[in-house]
Design a protein around this ligand. Structure first.
Ligand code: HMG
Length: 389
């Protein structure tokens, strides 16, 4: 009999601040309908000067350790595309902040927004090899585009931590997967840049191509039919993209693309991304969190996952919601992570956007801004210094 392996627990974290799209529209003169309806975004999380992918990741992961301990965790995989070092894995700092044992392997994975899905699939493989072990998978990203660029309205920041193991309490991950890779330049960030470069229209088209490609492969691998899914979680650079993608899938499969059917299939998956913004690797798993936290009982239902990472790599796979999952959700904590954010005005957001750690090798403290459990206290001799608050 095949093992049941999947997501045993899931926890999210997001930035200290929030910028409503009304403030961005007031600055750049855009009609607010373009943001609220056109791209389906209401606000975006903004990180404090003393937050980064490490503090977000540790904040998301700590509650998992508090609930389950760390005895069975022998691997931590952190997926990100906003990495802070070209050599050292960000997960090593997280390992220290959340107190994992030294007998742990830690590695960082990158392929744009797709990385966390690779991490999840690799984790399933590790657990299949040794079912006694659990793998801590963390998706953590801060999305940054140039000020006054079209991508600016699609920024955001968040981390999702998932504990992967046998007999999961939330979602069982199934075989097969449909996978797709195409060498396209739709979105990228060269090593010398802090902000991403993007060809917006090309990126939307590349995403839709990947939807087709993954579904074709998924079907050829013997996957489920569309009708077997109760809901679809998509990577959501902006929530309207999930609608475009699902409509495209229905169309590709020769099904009716009635907007009500599309909205019903997406269910509650857009609720968190709509107010957090693009969190790259974490976005797909925020969609899952929003669905589980808000839908009526999903026990035994199949969920389709479409993970897309520019460049591009994509994967379609299925998960089945496990009986009793509602007893293990962190709905109140997730809502609190979102509602506790402090609103910034446009000038405050701009100052945070322009903030950079000095690169001169000196000793520099960062302003104390975050009210979260971990902070980037400063930099000294080119070494980042993290503390617990
Ligand atoms: P834009 O040029 O500012 O906007 O860029 P637009 O003119 O295309 O308008 C957007 C939508 O709003 C359109 O609807 C307009 O009609 C509508 P659509 O034709 O798409 O259905 N609109 C309005 N609706 C109601 N009331 C109004 C109004 N005005 C206009 N008054 C773009 C939009 C998404 C291209 C831009 O924000 C961008 O470049 N974003 C970044 C790239 C991106 O998110 N791409 C998505 C696919 S790639 C991906 O998902 C990967 C990624 O996450 C990175 C990774 O993998 O690491 C990005």
């Amino acid at each position: 009999m095949s093992l049941s392996i999947g997501i045993h627990d899931l926890s999210l974290a997001t930035g200290e601040f929030v910028l409503p799209h009304t403030a961005l529209a007031a600055h750049n003169g855009a009609d607010i309908g373009k943001y609220h309806v056109g791209i389906g975004q209401e606000s975006m999380s903004v990180t404090a000067a003393d937050e980064d992918i490490v503090t977000l990741a540790a904040t998301a992961a700590a509650p998992l350790i508090a609930r389950h301990g760390s005895d069975r965790i022998r691997t931590l995989i952190l997926a990100t595309e906003s990495s802070i070092d070209q050599a050292k894995a960000a997960g090593v700092y997280v390992h220290s902040l959340i107190g994992l044992p030294s007998a742990t392997r830690v590695v960082e994975l990158k392929q744009a927004c797709y990385g966390a899905t690779a991490a999840l699939q690799f984790a399933v493989g590790l657990v299949r090899r040794d079912p006694a072990q659990q793998v801590l998978v963390i998706a953590s990203d801060v999305s940054r585009y140039d000020l006054d660029s079209p991508g600016e309205a699609t920024q955001g920041a968040a981390a999702v931590a998932m504990l992967v193991g046998v007999n999961p309490a939330l979602v069982r991950i199934e075989d097969p997967s449909g996978v797709f890779t195409a060498d396209v330049m739709d979105f990228w960030r060269p090593n010398y840049r802090d902000t991403a470069l993007v060809d917006g229209q090309e990126s939307v088209g590349a995403y839709l191509q990947a939807v087709e490609g993954t579904w074709k492969d998924y079907t050829e691998q013997g996957g489920r039919t569309l009708e077997e899914f109760a809901a679809f979680c998509y990577h959501q650079p902006f929530t309207k993209m999930a609608h475009k993608a699902h409509r495209h899938l229905l169309n590709y499969c020769g099904r009716d693309t009635d907007p009500t059917a599309v909205t019903a299939a997406l269910g509650h998956t857009t609720a968190y991304n709509r107010v957090i913004g693009n969190s790259y690797t974490a976005s797909l798993y925020l969609a899952l969190a929003a669905l589980l936290d808000q839908a009526d009982d999903l026990t035994g239902q199949n969920i389709g996952f479409l993970s897309y990472g520019s460049g591009s790599v994509a994967e379609f796979f299925a998960g089945t919601v496990v009986a009793g999952y509602q007893d293990h959700l962190r709905t109140a904590a997730h809502r609190e992570a979102i509602t506790r954010r402090t609103e910034v005005d446009y000038a405050g957001y701009r100052a945070l956007h322009e903030h950079r750690l000095p690169a001169d090798g000196g000793d520099h403290a960062t302003p104390a801004q975050t009210t979260g459990p971990y902070r980037l206290a400063g930099i000294s001799g080119h070494k980042r210094l993290y503390t617990t608050r």
